[in-house]
Design a protein around this ligand. Structure first.
Ligand code: C2O
Length: 507
């Protein structure tokens, strides 16, 4: 077991990832920021140095942070945001976790400006290891030409009418295509050798966009979702991936070909309130470095099997649904938490989002951890739900909104034991059969417009965990709540003294 030690200097610089020059956020003068590759059981020890003029933080998406709550990276919850010109040490074990993860700022809207990258935990005993020759990461991202803070102000103001900022383009591993008619465009090149199989790790690091990911002329066998190994029974032509989610797929290289193929990340225009929006986000699957640009074949949505969020819940009769290798879901729960997703007009013409009628606002000047440590009452706007150690929780989410919501829980993975559409009302407990046989376990579930999901998890990780929509605009609009998982154990683990004191700033 090793320790991955690094210093991450967060800075601003100018780049043109899609041909359009703008100021963006980099780590150690790299864009995309450095990828972290570690092995199962390794420790990660990263000092983040804030060279910006605004406070920052880094969250390690999907990592449980067992006993290391202060490394979860949520300002106002688990730490004070790192002030300008200061450092913060993140140190945590990867434990038994393996697979595809990522990291990103959890402060303000900084990850939209580029403060994010991949975190891969390799497993020397990966059950799929003998099935592929090489591997590669595809970090997908929507991309805006304006600064995220400017867009956030717009989104939270009257003039947006509640419509999220529409991205200008998208990036695959930091490369996008803008206005190719005017300037020659660059494409990310993914090499593959004739006759070999490659593992592609697909990560949607977007603020907003849902991508339909395809590789022309090739199918994808899905073997991992959010760090959960799958049985590989699902082979698809396209994957619909929402913000925060990850998949690994196996792609079999052709044994004979004389051309390259387009890899596409298509942003669903229906999700954008902007029907004419159709950026071409592409990379090249390149055979032995030969053959140049692929020919122009457009993927047709109706061709073949598209993996989407309805392949992960109670559709166990559907043979295309994703099935984990390990089947270990508890058959019963002992606590139910209901979460209603709605947006409302706050009367000033500003649309705010809420879970159960409360729009989340970060505490200022302190953290929830410090509030727990000193036994103070929780701020109402933090929408705190207390749960006991050892509880088996069912979260029933009803999405009353006409938009999609990728919902993410920190500190855990959950089984999606049911999901479905609710156009004619709410989730109905009497009618829904829970899948306690082979449900998928992941950390980010996508809720379709007007749909429900039931998420089961075991409260075995004392902490203060945020549960939020991973559309970053929606998080800013308050679509979050907090699970305080065993306050007593948190006090025992992290002390009852005022160790964290006051924050000089939290965003
Ligand atoms: Cu990637 Cu709080 O999330």
């Amino acid at each position: 077991k090793k320790t991955f030690t690094a210093e991450f200097r967060v800075q601003q610089f100018d780049r043109s990832p899609d041909g359009f020059k703008r100021s963006l956020l980099s780590i150690n003068n790299e864009f995309p920021a450095p990828i972290i590759n570690v092995c199962k059981g390794d420790t990660i020890n990263i000092t983040v140095v804030n060279m910006l003029h605004v406070p920052i933080s880094i969250h390690w998406h999907g990592i449980f942070q067992i006993g290391t709550l202060t490394s979860d990276g949520v300002p106002g919850v688990t730490q004070c945001a790192i002030p300008s010109n200061q450092k913060y040490h993140y140190k945590f074990q990867t434990g038994i976790q393996t697979g595809t993860y990522w990291y990103h700022s959890h402060a303000s809207v900084q990850y939209i400006d580029g403060l994010k990258s991949a975190l891969i935990i390799h497993d020397p005993k990966d059950p799929w290891k003998s099935h592929y020759d090489e591997e590669e990461i595809f970090m997908l991202s929507d991309w805006y030409h304006k600064q995220a803070l400017t867009l956030q102000k717009y989104y939270l103001s009257k003039s947006s009418d509640g419509n999220e900022p529409v991205p200008d383009t998208g990036l695959i591993n930091g490369i996008g295509q803008y206005n190719c008619a005017v300037k020659k465009c660059q494409y990310y090149n993914a090499p593959i050798k004739i006759g070999t199989t490659k593992r592609f790790r697909i990560i949607n690091t977007s603020a907003f966009a849902v991508f339909l990911f395809t590789i022309e002329g090739h199918t994808m066998k899905v073997i991992e979702a959010d760090g959960t190994n799958l049985n590989g029974k699902t082979t698809v032509n396209g994957i619909r991936i929402n913000a925060g989610q990850r998949y690994s797929v196996l792609v079999k290289g052709k044994t004979k070909t004389n051309q390259n193929y387009w890899i596409r990340a298509i942003i669903d225009p229906d999700t954008m309130d902007h029907a004419s929006f159709k950026p071409n986000v592409s990379a090249i699957l390149s055979y032995n470095g030969k053959y140049g640009l692929p020919s122009e074949v457009q993927f047709n949505k109706n061709d073949g099997i598209i993996l989407d969020s309805f392949h992960e819940g109670n559709n166990f009769l559907d043979q295309n649904s994703l099935q984990p290798m390990e089947l270990n879901v508890p058959k019963k729960s002992n606590k139910t938490v209901k979460v209603e997703i709605e947006f409302y007009d706050n009367k000033n013409g500003v649309n705010l989002a809420h879970f159960n009628n409360i729009s989340f606002v970060h505490v200022m000047g302190t953290t929830l951890l410090s509030i727990v440590q000193t036994n103070q009452p929780y701020p109402k706007s933090n929408n705190v739900i207390s749960i006991n150690y050892g509880d088996i929780i069912d979260i029933i989410i009803n999405n009353h909104d006409d938009g999609e919501h990728p919902i993410h829980l920190h500190g855990h993975k959950f089984w999606i034991i049911a999901n479905g559409n609710t156009h004619d009302g709410d989730f109905n407990e009497k009618k829904v059969v829970f899948n306690t046989r082979n449900p998928l376990k992941r950390d980010t579930v996508s809720l379709n417009p007007h749909s429900y999901a039931v998420l089961r998890f075991v409260a075995d990780n004392p902490g203060i965990w945020i549960f939020h929509c991973h559309i970053d605009w929606h998080l800013q609009a308050g679509l979050a709540l907090i699970f305080v998982e065993s306050a007593q154990r948190v006090q025992k683990l992290y002390g009852t003294t005022k160790s964290l004191n006051k924050c000089t700033s939290n965003n």
